[in-house]
Design a protein around this ligand. Structure first.
Ligand code: IMP
Length: 417
């Protein structure tokens, strides 16, 4: 519901026992999901966390961009930890591939943007989506036919290399080298390719339950987020349909994952950002360092204007409120309820990034609870002020927080309904 890193990995991991299928539909290995249980700790980037549960089917949808090297190493890592991947992992034959050129372009562009840089994860995400929209991208299914692959690369590689060389002065691999690169990963990818839209819809028709797992966040959506400081995919609920091929009739409940405060990595406007000791405290208490890049995250108070926008855009009908325990040690907790722009109240995030950068947040100041809530599993056991904080959010957003997370582990969760 915010700028990513809300702690969705844990929530998916918690919900998945009740589902048959776990689908990712957008983004790539820019995402990072941390799942912890007992003494185990998994950091996933591409493969849905359902893979950690026996008997679940996991799907990488057509809307994703897949780095074959990253996918293979994630698969190898999971296998080395005893996770099975035969007959339970399906990769769309229509997903886009991320080539070394896309990563080089991502970096070259970011370097050239200097202080206007997006602060991307440098994984080649944006350039791979660009190739898709230009209609010369290489898709996973193209790997199945050498002639098709060569024909497509003959078109794609000179275009990308030319751009890299002429605009940025960067040399890149040629067609033969790229084929050799892709050959290394054929064995791990080809057996998993499928028309996953057919798979998802046929499973849905026979009543199997499907958990669609978003990545990044509403405010990073390429259409609805703080453009241009966004990722290159639709992270909002519309992306579920286009990015998986699921029929709209399959959509049921929509859960928004909302962190009890706000963070953002990379550049771009962030109205409630704190650049003081409170921001540092949120960062250290919340361990706010990127799972993917290790970068320290920017931190701030909860922004209910952005959260309300996320509820509207996604049709959210229940919330998983995460990291409530990070707020345990604050005397007072401000919550942003409106923006002001040149003295005028603004009720939703403005389109222009310059305007969004200039809004000033209006805060309501809620009393803290100065008591430890880590590991609390019953709502009644939360301090009164912590319950007040939760209920304030619910009243403002008109959505119930059915899950409240009080620590990184599976066990540290309040399930209210
Ligand atoms: P890209 O997705 O690598 O192109 O990065 C674009 C913007 O999205 C940057 O500000 C990234 O920091 C941000 N971003 C991408 N993936 C994530 C994520 O999983 N969590 C939080 N921010 C992300």
């Amino acid at each position: 519901m915010q700028w990513g890193d809300e702690g969705k990995g844990k929530i998916v991991d918690l919900l998945i026992p009740d589902y048959d299928i776990n689908v990712r539909f957008q983004g790539g290995n820019n995402a990072g999901h941390t799942v912890k249980f007992g003494t185990q700790h998994f950091a996933l980037h591409l493969i849905p966390s359902g893979i950690l549960h026996e008997g679940k089917i996991c799907v990488l949808g057509n809307g994703m961009v897949i780095d074959p090297e990253a996918l293979t190493s994630e698969m190898e890592h999971l296998r080395s930890r005893g996770i099975r991947m035969d007959g339970n992992l399906f990769i769309s034959d229509r997903a886009q591939l991320i080539l070394p050129h896309h990563k080089l372009l991502d970096k070259a562009r970011e370097d050239s943007l200097k202080e206007r840089s997006i602060g991307t994860t440098g994984r080649g995400i944006g350039p791979s989506y660009e190739s898709k929209i230009f209609r010369y991208g290489l898709r996973t299914g193209d790997l199945q036919d050498r002639d098709v692959m060569k024909m497509k690369l003959d078109k794609l590689i000179p275009a990308l290399s030319g751009l890299l060389e002429k605009v940025y002065g960067v040399t890149s691999p040629g067609v033969e080298e790229t084929i050799q690169f892709l050959d290394t990963y054929m064995e791990s990818i080809l057996p998993h390719l499928a028309d996953t839209a057919v798979l998802i819809n046929s499973m849905g028709q026979i009543g199997r339950s499907i958990l669609f797992e978003g990545a990044q966040g509403t405010m990073l959506d390429v259409d609805h987020g703080t453009y241009p400081f966004v990722t290159s995919s639709n992270c909002t609920v519309g992306g579920v349909l286009t990015g998986s091929g699921a029929s709209p009739h399959l959509l049921g409940s929509i859960m928004g994952v909302l962190k009890a405060y706000t963070t953002r990595v990379g550049g771009g406007p962030f109205p409630t950002e704190l650049k003081d000791k409170f921001g540092d405290k949120l960062r250290s208490r919340g361990n706010e360092f990127g799972t993917t890049t290790g970068r320290p995250r920017r931190t701030g108070w909860l922004d209910l204007v952005a959260a309300r926008y996320a509820v509207m855009l996604n049709g959210i009908n229940q919330i998983a409120l995460t990291k409530l325990d990070v707020l345990d040690d604050f005397e007072e907790i401000p919550i942003c309820t409106k923006y002001r722009l040149k003295g005028t109240v603004v009720e939703s995030p403005p389109a222009a990034d310059k305007a969004m950068a200039k809004v000033s947040p209006d805060f309501d100041h809620l009393p803290g609870w100065a008591e430890q809530t880590t590991s609390v599993t019953r709502y009644e056991d939360l301090p009164a002020n912590a319950r007040h904080y939760v209920e304030y959010i619910e009243d403002f957003l008109k959505v119930k927080a059915t899950i409240i997370s009080t620590g990184p582990r599976r066990e540290e969760t309040i399930v209210r309904n």
